[in-house]
Ligand binder design. Structure first.
Ligand code: SF4
Length: 634
């Protein structure tokens, strides 16, 4: 019987993942993994059928190779012309580009592969010219050095230098495009050309989604799309499909025009009045925020400010000069209109489908508006443009099914979803410790005192090597203040940058790291540096966080139980992400300590526990000590 190309390709996939053909040199500890082969075959089948699939693949499955190989085969067979791989984190994006994606070159030699981040990551030559670096010698040396080394204007080359990247980075609102005198040499547009002409583009969710809003000007559509770290596409859709207005940016734009008198020659009093009103508005927002980081905007509050109307009138007053300033004049006029539209949308629109709030970020005041059903946008702007989509991650399921993800990401409810287990020996290498006598974390003061006594006890057993995860920075600080008796080194979030803290945690022996927020996911600390992972509290969202509160209210209005349909699955996803930090390779061992007794005292606790891979559970700290002595052969 003659083999079809489909059969041959299935044989090839089997040979690769069973025998290590092509990939043995790329993976130092190659061994056949059943889940990896299953994932590659399932995805390849969907590529042939032009259908979408969700694949949850546990840590260590090697999911990037499991989707890259089928993509390589599909491109070689000319089934599709291009593929886009999107991630949430820069770390994974870089790992794919610097390492993993090279495997495709073995299948399709000469294939063009590019990495695309947000355009604000690249140098704008016009801004560089306008900054007049020649008058600042210290800055000039750094920039000249950067220009000599950079190939593509990626501002990452300024990392760690004293020059603020922001000053030179591309900004959509300021770009003169083809009318710019530097257009022919512009790093940004050279990059864009490459993105438009490559076969494989590695990008991130935000860039993918912002492209989707304007019919993909920089990304090839109609090919295969992989959404890795898929659970994060939901919050990236909330951010990208919403509206944001930076009040300081608006204020500075008006101030510059008052000083420079470039485009508004008449109605100077209107310009001055608008600027003063923006300043008053900003003050009002500060008062409104008080000590809060975020606060929801409701009803008619702030509608006394008619800044949108004034900005619109001002835009009509812009006189676009001929010559050198013409392009800038057009951009300035458009910017005023854009400010006006955003202000109107956030302050005046009243829709139950959106939530609006003010937030403080690095001392800047920002107005935000976000859709409560981001899935509706994904359905309209993203999914129809890619015939095959793979949604993958180590954490997508909440409970027994994918329903939460399907609902929130706006997927067709008939989509196939499979869950493939990790081959790590969790039963042997992990112990789960639950302190059932821990006080309720709702009694914050008592709980902080409890933690400051309990944490030293646990950390001493493991001689440090602990990652302690909090759900609030305030609690972390309260515990830090009362912590006594730990002899091994400690690191606390806030003392140094995230990157430096992680590097020190990995390098400096017996260190423990106390952290919150982004440390719950995406950090990779294999080996002895991390053998004790402590979760102080189940990671529920703060109930009065504006987005969370509005989403809960909306679900209740729809007659749904907001806790079971939103809070709980979201917390389970984070909990699984947190757990995933402990075992990063097959030989890793460790204890997962849960200090929130609601995990056994509440009716919902069982859902958290059943989301973990099978591992022995103990309530007794002596068993934890024995476990440690065993793994260390003491
Ligand atoms: S084209 Fe836009 S990004 Fe490029 S140098 Fe000019 S203003 Fe900057």
């Amino acid at each position: 019987m003659k083999l079809t190309s489909k059969d041959k390709n299935i044989e090839l996939i089997e040979k690769i993942f069973k025998e290590g053909y092509l990939i043995r040199d790329e993976i130092s500890d190659f061994e056949p993994r059943f889940s990896q082969l299953q994932m590659a075959l399932s995805f390849y089948e969907k590529i042939l059928q032009k259908e979408n699939i969700i694949i949850e693949a546990g840590t260590g499955v090697g999911k990037s190779f499991a989707y890259l190989i089928p993509i390589g085969i599909a491109l070689k067979e000319n089934l599709y012309e291009s593929a886009v791989i999107s991630t949430h984190t820069k770390t994974l994006q870089k790992q794919l580009f610097d390492k993993d994606v090279k495997i495709i070159e073995k299948i399709v030699p000469g294939i063009r592969i590019e990495i695309a981040q947000g355009l604000e990551n690249y140098l704008c030559l016009l801004k560089l010219k306008e900054e007049d670096i020649f008058s600042k010698e210290w800055m000039m040396n750094i920039i000249f050095d950067f220009l000599e080394k950079t190939k593509d204007g990626d501002l990452e080359g300024l990392e760690g230098k004293e020059v603020p990247r922001k000053v030179f980075s591309y900004k959509k609102e300021d770009c003169l495009k083809k009318e710019c005198p530097y257009y022919m040499d512009c790093y940004v547009f050279k990059k864009i050309e490459k993105w438009k002409n490559c076969e494989i583009l590695i990008t991130n969710h935000s860039f993918l989604l912002s492209n989707s809003l304007v019919s993909f000007p920089y990304i090839k559509k109609d090919g295969i799309l992989v959404i890795d770290e898929a659970q994060r596409i939901i919050e990236d859709a909330v951010n990208t499909y919403g509206t944001e207005l930076k009040i300081d940016y608006l204020e500075n734009t008006l101030f510059k025009e008052i000083v420079n008198k470039k485009f508004i020659k008449t109605k100077r009093d209107l310009l001055q009045k608008t600027y003063e009103e923006v300043k008053r508005f900003k003050e009002k927002l500060r008062e409104f925020l008080n000590d809060n980081e975020k606060r929801k905007i409701e009803g008619d509050i702030f509608t006394e400010f008619k800044i949108n109307e004034k900005l619109k009138k001002l835009s009509e007053e812009v006189k676009i000069p001929k010559g050198e300033l013409e392009a800038k004049g057009k951009v300035f006029k458009e910017k005023l209109l854009d400010f006006s539209r955003k202000f109107e949308k956030i302050i005046f629109s009243q829709s139950e489908k959106y939530v609006k709030w003010v937030q403080r970020e690095d001392d800047e005041i920002i107005l935000k508006e976000a859709p409560l059903n981001p899935g509706d946008y994904l359905k309209e702007y993203l999914y129809p443009y890619f015939p095959v989509i793979l949604y993958t991650s180590a954490t997508i399921k909440t409970g027994k099914d994918f329903n939460f993800f399907i609902k929130e990401a706006g997927l067709n409810e008939n989509i196939k979803g499979i869950s493939l287990p990790s081959h790590f020996p969790y039963k042997k290498n992990v112990i789960i410790y639950i302190d059932k006598d821990a006080p309720s974390p709702k009694e914050e003061e008592k709980f902080a005192i409890y933690l400051s006594k309990k944490l030293p006890e646990l950390i001493e057993i493991f001689s440090g090597r602990a990652l302690v995860l909090f759900t609030s920075y305030k609690m972390l600080k309260d515990v830090k203040r009362n912590l006594k008796g730990i002899k091994t080194p400690l690191l606390f979030q806030g003392e140094d940058s995230r990157k430096n803290l992680l590097e020190r945690f990995k390098k400096e022996k017996n260190t423990s790291l106390f952290a919150t927020g982004t440390f719950w996911e995406g950090i990779d600390v294999p080996g002895e540096a991390l053998e004790l992972l402590i979760i102080t509290r189940l990671p529920f969202d703060v109930p009065d966080e504006p987005y969370h509160e509005a989403k809960m209210n909306l679900l209740e209005k729809e007659g749904k139980n907001s806790f079971l349909n939103y809070s709980l699955p979201l917390a389970i996803l984070r909990f699984k992400q947190g757990f995933g930090r402990l075992i990063r390779k097959k030989t890793d061992v460790g204890c997962f300590a849960i200090l929130d007794s609601r995990i056994i005292k509440s009716s919902y606790g069982k859902y958290f526990l059943s989301s973990l891979p099978p591992a022995p559970i103990t309530y007794d700290i002596i068993s934890v000590k024995r476990f440690y002595e065993n793994i260390k052969n003491i």
